[in-house]
Design a protein around this ligand. Structure first.
Ligand SMILES: NCc1[nH]cc(CCC(=O)O)c1CC(=O)O
Length: 314
């Protein structure tokens, strides 16, 4: 056991690619390490027919992986940071955040180059309330229908002409070798990304010193700083991956710049806030942007969707 490492992952092709990427990087650092993948099915994978926003509950894509860590059936779990709730079961935590790939959303279509290129009554596929709110705010006459499933399933539905276009994470498409399907990358003004989008995280048992030292070199301080600010914003708003909240931080020298957004899924209301702060205090900035969004009425939007903002403790 002492020279082996078991990586828990979801079974989807993207999740497996991400776990294998962590495995590849660890194998370079530790050539003698015996690495195996433990492939698990999560509730979020099983309930593919229900809209994510209706299934409810946080951690839909991570709970089963955390269970495997707690039961010592795996040593680390690789997650898309976008899917990781802000808190962890006792004894577990996020030990490593890898360098981020593109955080942006991608516009994918067989007919059009960009949203602005489409007819006013175009039909978009997306299950993300965050993507839906932003595209509807810019193009109120588009219709948006839910689209779930793994990346290949979603592309197959586009190719079967169920939609004029779909919106997916650029990082996920590129990891699967599907970057050529991207017709345009939506910038932060067009579609502010999800908290943590494009970054991978590694969850562990915090008392496992052997594993901590094996994976520590994969941590990327700049990405950790940005994702910490974004996650603090999410914590203040009590959000999860199923709610229309966006957050995107960038480092500029010793400053961090954070943009946040909360919108009604139909695009009828959008709250935006942005500010910068010292890079060594990302959580304070995230909380402040959360407060600024609440001051603009983000709490009413979230309450109308059945989400209560977190208590303010300061
Ligand atoms: N909720 C599914 C999910 N979780 C993470 C990614 C993309 C990869 C990433 O954010 O690193 C995706 C697919 C998508 O949004 O198109």
């Amino acid at each position: 056991m002492s020279n082996s490492l078991r990586i828990a992952t979801r079974k989807s092709p993207l999740a497996v690619w991400q776990a294998e990427e962590v495995s590849r990087r660890l194998q370079i650092l530790h050539p003698g390490l015996d690495i195996t993948l433990v492939r698990l099915s999560t509730r979020g994978d099983q309930m593919l027919d229900s809209p994510l926003s209706k299934i409810g509950g946080k951690g839909l894509f991570v709970k089963e992986l955390e269970q495997a860590l707690l039961e010592n059936e795996a040593d680390i779990a690789v997650h898309s940071m976008k899917d990781v709730p802000v808190s962890f079961p006792p004894g577990l935590g996020l030990s490593v955040i890898l360098e981020r790939d593109s955080p942006f959303d991608a516009f994918v279509s067989n007919r059009y180059d960009s949203p602005a290129d489409m007819p006013p009554d175009a039909h978009i596929g997306s299950a993300s309330l965050r993507r839906q709110a932003q595209i509807q705010a810019r193009f109120p006459r588009f219709s948006v229908s839910p689209l779930r499933g793994n990346v290949n399933t979603r592309l197959a539905k586009l190719d079967a002409d169920e939609f004029d276009a779909i919106i997916l994470a650029a990082s996920g498409l590129r990891r699967l070798g599907l970057g050529a399907r991207i017709r345009s990358v939506l910038n932060a003004d067009e579609s502010l990304p999800a908290i943590g989008q494009g970054a991978l995280g590694i969850e562990t048992r915090l008392d496992d010193a052997r594993v901590q030292s094996l994976i520590a070199p994969l941590d990327h301080a700049e990405t950790r700083c940005c994702v910490s600010a974004e996650r603090a914003l999410n914590a203040r708003l009590n959000g999860g991956c199923q709610v229309p909240i966006a957050g995107f931080a960038q480092l500029q020298g010793d400053r961090i710049h954070l943009r946040g957004l909360v919108g009604m899924p139909d695009g009828s209301r959008i709250c935006r806030a942005e500010a910068d702060g010292p890079a060594n205090m990302p959580e304070a900035l995230g909380t402040a942007i959360g407060e600024a969004l609440l001051a603009q009425g983000a709490g009413d939007i979230l309450a109308s969707l059945g989400i209560a903002p977190a208590e303010n403790f300061h």
